[in-house]
Structure formats: structure tokens, C-alpha cells
Ligand binder design. Structure first.
Ligand code: UFG
Length: 327
């Protein structure tokens, strides 16, 4: 399939792009490179552009003769969305609507959309199925949920066929340690813990240890980025029914606390990890664990790697690339 991928030079996007390419798809990446790294997709055609620029997207969709779009680009930090909600609504919601209209006008109607466990927020259920109540605790989650609703409307009105993949916590690196996670600034737990283990940071600050969880720290569902990438290949190949929009959770089904992650990094890296207890981070729910049963039943997806494998691969990446893609 000829696929245009927005944000394909980002962390999850670059793993999906390499997986799509290995599966025989013809990929064009559109990325503004504000967060992405061209070095993460060395063999793939990359155009530097904004996905919300409707005329430009129309031209690129036509030029690539795209049959489908995979949409990763957007703002992803929960804390940033609490501080600056307008940024998230502008990028994630308004920008995506402009892109969907470009797709509609060019006649490209297949889409896989990067959504998030943040749409559930403080939902009472655990593990979370796709029918759990939406209770996003931040603008980031609401900006993504708005697009999920828009996709259902575009399916009904314009015959789009789409899947929203609700990621839990993407983590890990390629087996050989050549590709991995590199954000600036880094806000994600596992790379920050490695920073503390490697002496690049004085410590890791634990954002709250008084949550209603077994050890008081937040519980998340860490899913290996290669497993997440495999879900995208299945999802785009399953976008074959005009008028159908589906949402899928992508998580391992296992919850790990912040303290468990720190302990696992310390053990695998055989290093001490200095920690400090801090205040809760605004917008963080106590527990987010997926039931990925629907993705398994409908698309046959099975996660192959657990937290140990995630952290072992991340350790290889951090050792080989202490400065990320700039190493
Ligand atoms: N954490 C710390 N200290 C840090 C960084 C993180 O204690 O220095 C904690 C957070 O409070 C959270 C857990 O580690 O409990 C994981 O935090 P991340 O920032 O790595 O990930 P989030 O769970 O906040 O965010 C992820 C995705 C988002 C998505 C969100 C859903 O990165 O895109 O899950 O809530 F929206």
C-alpha cells in the first residue's frame, strides 16, 4: 500500500515506518522535524512539512498517490497540555481536522490514528477495555478524543475507514540498540531513569508516592515500541470497510509501578539509581492498564515483549547512544 505517514520521524512513528517498509509498503514520511529525527528512518523518503497545512498535504497525498495515511504527528506531553491547552487543541485537534479534509478532498479515506490511554483518564475500570467510560484528566486526552469522534463522523459522512490505536506507555528500543527513544526535553519515565543510572541526572524524581496503588506510585502499562509498531501494520491492513471506524487499546495488559520500573532498570543496568520523592504531576491518573483483548480478537495482535525485554533493549540503546540520535 502507498502510505503517507505524518510524524514518521518521531519515536513511535519511526518504528512503525520501518515495520511498514519491511512489510512491503511504500512509505512517504511527512514530519516538521521539531521533535523527530531524520536519522531514525535512514532509508525512508522524508518531506519536511506541517501536517496541518492543508494545501501542502493535498499536494503530497496526490504526489505520493497515497492510498492511506498513518497519523502520528502531534503534541504528546500531558504536563504541557495542562500548561498550554491551546497548543494541544491547535496541533492535535484543529491540525488533524485540516488534514482529514485534505484527505477527503483528494479521495484518501484510510487512516490509522495515534490515540492514547489518556482518553480514559480517571476511569474506574482496570484493566480498561475500549468501552470504559471516557474521563480524560488533561487537554491532551481531550484533544485526541475529539479526533476519535471526528473519525466516526468522517466514516459515516465520507466513507472513511479508520482505526484509532489508544497507546498505553510506549517504551523500549530496537533489539540491536540502534534505534530508540530520544525526546528533547525528555519527560518519559524510562529514559529519565536511565539518565539517573548513567549519572547524566542527579536523580529521578518520583511524581507522587501517595497514590492509591500497591506501592503508592503510579501504575502504567508499558508496551514495547516494536509490538506497538506491529499493531499499526495490522491496523492499516484492516482498514478495508468504508464507513467503519474502530478504536483499539494497545497495551500489554500488565501494570508496573514507577518503583518497579526503577528497580528493573537498576537491576538490568547493574547501577544504582538515585531517587527523590516529589509532588504529583498534574494530569497523571493513578493507574492505566489495558485490556487489549479487542486487538487480539479482531486483528490477531499479541505483544511479544515484557517489561524486562523493554528495559533490556532500552539499556542497549542508551549505552550505544548516550546522546540519542546526536551520538
Ligand atoms: N514519572 C515520574 N518521574 C519522572 C517521569 C515520570 O515519576 O521523571 C512517572 C509519571 O508520573 C507516570 C509514569 O512515571 O506515573 C510514566 O510517566 P511518563 O511521562 O513516562 O508517561 P505518561 O504515563 O505520563 O504518558 C504516557 C504517554 C502519553 C499518554 C499517557 C497516557 O507518554 O502520551 O501515557 O496517560 F498520554
Amino acid at each position: 500500500m502507498r502510505i503517507l505517514v505524518t510524524g514518521g520521524a518521531g519515536y513511535v512513528g519511526s518504528f512503525a515506518v520501518r515495520a511498514l517498509s519491511s512489510a512491503g509498503h511504500d512509505v512517504l514520511v511527512v514530519d516538521d522535524l521539531r521533535q523527530g529525527h531524520a536519522a531514525s528512518i535512514p532509508e525512508i523518503r522524508l518531506v519536511e512539512a506541517e501536517f496541518g497545512d492543508r494545501p501542502r498535504m493535498e499536494a503530497l497525498l496526490r504526489e505520493h498517490q497515497a492510498e492511506a495515511v498513518m497519523h502520528f504527528a502531534g503534541s504528546t506531553s500531558v504536563a504541557e497540555s495542562v500548561r498550554d491547552p491551546g497548543l494541544h487543541y491547535r496541533n492535535n485537534t484543529a491540525g488533524t481536522i485540516a488534514m482529514l479534509e485534505a484527505m477527503r478532498d483528494v479521495g484518501v479515506r484510510k487512516l490509522v490514528f495515534s490515540s492514547t490511554a489518556a482518553v480514559y483518564g480517571e476511569s474506574a475500570e482496570s484493566p480498561l477495555s475500549e468501552t470504559a467510560r471516557y474521563a480524560p484528566t488533561c487537554a491532551y486526552g481531550r484533544s485526541k478524543l475529539a479526533i476519535e469522534w471526528a473519525l466516526a463522523d468522517f466514516a459515516a459522512a465520507h466513507g472513511f475507514s479508520s482505526c484509532a490505536l489508544r497507546y498505553f506507555n510506549a517504551a523500549g528500543a530496537s533489539e540491536d540498540g540502534a534505534f530508540g527513544e530520544d525526546h528533547d526535553p525528555e519527560t518519559h519515565l524510562i529514559p529519565i531513569v536511565f539518565g539517573a543510572a548513567l549519572g547524566k541526572r542527579a536523580h529521578i524524581e518520583i511524581y507522587g508516592d501517595d497514590y492509591d496503588t500497591p506501592d503508592g506510585t503510579c501504575v502504567r502499562d508499558y508496551v514495547h515500541v516494536e509490538d506497538l509498531a506491529a499493531a499499526h501494520v495490522l491496523a492499516i491492513e484492516a482498514c478495508d470497510t468504508p464507513g467503519q471506524h474502530r478504536a483499539f487499546n494497545v497495551g500489554s495488559g500488565t501494570g508496573s509501578s514507577v518503583r518497579e520500573v526503577i528497580e528493573t532498570v537498576g537491576r538490568i543496568a547493574a547501577r544504582a539509581v538515585p531517587t527523590q520523592s516529589g509532588a504529583r504531576r498534574p494530569g497523571d491518573p493513578a493507574t492505566l492498564v489495558a485490556s487489549a483483548e479487542r486487538l487480539h480478537t479482531e486483528l490477531g495482535w499479541v505483544p511479544k515483549r515484557d517489561l524486562e525485554a523493554i528495559i533490556a533493549s532500552a539499556w542497549r540503546w542508551h549505552q550505544a547512544n548516550p546522546d540519542g540520535y546526536g551520538s
